[in-house]
Design a protein around this ligand. Structure first.
Ligand code: HEM
Length: 74
């Protein structure tokens, strides 16, 4: 079953009977890493990355670096 965090058009873990065996572990680890970053840092976008969402997609998605500054909260 496809949960709300997954879009039908985006299947980074593939799909069907041979999809990624580590998918749930990978989501779990990604949630923990993201939570730790959000809890411990104030995150700001650097000027170089203004308009980062204007990305080019021609079959493949060309993503530019997302430059941020992280300030430790304590
Ligand atoms: C962001 C993290 C990950 C992504 C994007 C990812 C993606 C994928 C994809 C696309 C496949 C299918 C490959 C194919 O069609 O041949 C695959 C297969 C597989 N992945 Fe992952 N994977 C990730 C993390 C993991 C982790 C953490 C583990 C194990 C701890 C894992 C174990 C496997 C295994 C065993 C298969 C083969 C499944 C089979 O052939 O039945 N993956 N993965």
């Amino acid at each position: 079953m496809i949960s709300c965090r997954e879009r039908l058009s985006q299947q980074p873990f593939s799909y069907g009977p041979r999809n990624c065996l580590g998918k749930n572990l990978a989501y779990h680890k990604m949630r923990i890493i993201l939570s730790k970053i959000l809890v411990n840092f104030d995150i700001g976008l650097l000027p170089e990355s203004e308009g980062w969402t204007n990305q080019e997609v021609y079959t493949l998605w060309q993503k530019h670096p997302l430059l941020c500054k992280l300030k430790p909260i304590r």
